[in-house]
Ligand binder design. Structure first.
Ligand code: 13P
Length: 407
């Protein structure tokens, strides 16, 4: 079960004065290590996939694994698209299973950032998916991930932050108050006064990008001033790299799996340490009981056709799969033909929505209206349409895994 609504998750953190870690994952070792840490610490966690890292893995291929691992977890999990490049990226991420999205328009001027983010919010909220906006600019200075964030630091101002949140409708705001992406030599100087003013002006969960390299005290003060989500990557990549180098020193003849064998544990212990430091450890049960589960809806239609031969039915189905499958919030479209020749209904659609909000937005979406009115309804007079929410069995046996997930 435990994929939960990310808005509920972060609101809980904001209300209770702790922060959830959003750890960018770049491999299955990262995925398993992050979740093992969350299980050990009994912490809610955000599995984050940054579009800037898509050179390292195939997003379409890794997402089924991310979703399967999240569903199998016994702690609350959300799946987030980090630094998406466009609204299309967010639509795609939602289709693959993300239940929180960010499209980074922070390098644009204020008006353009508002315009891009507003249209993202319209799309994502129609899918039930919360949105993180970023205002001000968090650059990369040094270290593994730095070059992916070129440019100068630009701080968020409280007045702009208020206008931005009002105009865009974002659910969480990433702010720039002195942190940087990647590892910085020396200690970043953070502007807590600015953060405090932003928090007082907004009262929405705040997000910090560039969590690597901050001290205990810095994290404590960030969280004390409204930060409920901390993005963290470079330090995890560094401990993973060190684990590989140590293996290589210990045994220069190691093959691929030998070299990687300590990566999962290295990731896990770094992540667990942060969960304990940021106060999310021990919160899993409380968060699970307070947050809505993230459950899909199955939109099912059974129908017969009049005035069409089999070939024409297949063409209509192919067109439906193409146009309906592109509507935001639709995860999958399956067209079927009855196995039994004498079945009362010969054909079916199974359209999987990511969230109940899509029932309404799908119905009125122009692509659906055009397909239904022009191609489908005129020939499918006899039909039954029902939306099913997915029923979860609470007594299912969960596989035990090296993560130590207790059921
Ligand atoms: P660090 O790599 O500095 O931890 O930042 C991660 C981040 O902000 C991803 O969005």
């Amino acid at each position: 079960m435990p994929i939960v609504d990310m808005k509920d998750m972060l609101q809980h953190a904001y209300d209770h004065g702790y922060a959830v870690g959003a750890f960018d994952l770049v491999s299955l070792d990262f995925l398993e290590g992050i979740l093992a840490a969350a299980e050990r610490a009994r912490a809610p966690v955000i599995l984050s996939l940054a579009e800037s890292h898509f050179d390292y893995f195939d997003f379409d291929v890794i997402m089924p694994a991310v979703e399967a691992a999240a569903k199998r977890a016994s702690v609350p999990v959300a799946i987030h698209l980090d630094h998406g490049a466009s609204c299309d990226s967010a639509v795609h991420g939602i289709r693959l299973g993300c239940n929180g999205v960010m499209v980074d328009a922070s390098h644009e001027d204020f008006g353009e950032n508002v315009r891009i983010t507003r249209s993202l919010v319209d799309m994502a909220h129609a899918c039930g998916v919360p949105v993180e906006g970023e205002l001000g600019y968090v650059p990369g200075v040094e270290g593994e991930d730095a070059e992916r964030h070129p440019g100068e630091l630009a701080c968020t101002t409280p007045a702009e932050a208020r206008a931005y949140v009002e105009r865009t409708g974002v659910d969480f705001l990433a702010v720039s108050i002195g942190t940087v992406h990647g590892r910085m030599k020396g200690k970043p100087r953070l502007d807590y006064q600015r953060l405090k003013q932003i928090n007082e002006a907004l009262s929405v969960p705040l997000v910090i990008h560039g969590g690597t390299g901050l001290s205990d005290d810095q994290f404590r003060r960030l969280i004390g001033n409204g930060v409920a989500k901390i993005n963290y990557y470079t330090a995890v990549a560094e401990v993973a790299g060190s684990a590989i180098r140590s293996r290589l020193r210990a045994d220069r003849g190691s093959g691929y799996t030998g070299l990687l064998q300590d990566v999962r544990e290295a990731v896990s212990s770094e992540v667990e340490h942060r969960m304990r430091q940021w106060g999310s450890a021990g919160r899993a049960a409380e968060v699970l009981s307070r947050c809505r589960s993230w459950l899909p809806v199955e939109h099912v239609i059974v129908y017969n056709v009049e005035g069409m031969d089999e070939m024409q039915v297949e063409m209509m189905m192919a067109e439906g799969r193409r146009v309906l499958g592109a509507i935001p919030g639709v995860r999958e479209v399956i067209s079927g033909r009855a196995v039994q020749e004498k079945a009362r209904y010969r054909y079916s659609w199974l359209v999987r929505f990511c969230h109940p909000a899509v029932i309404d937005s799908y119905r009125v979406h122009p692509a659906h209206v055009a397909f239904a009115d022009r191609l489908f309804r005129p020939v499918a007079g006899k039909r039954i349409t029902i939306d099913f929410s997915v029923v979860e069995t609470t007594f299912s046996v969960r596989h035990r895994h090296h993560s130590g997930a207790a059921n």
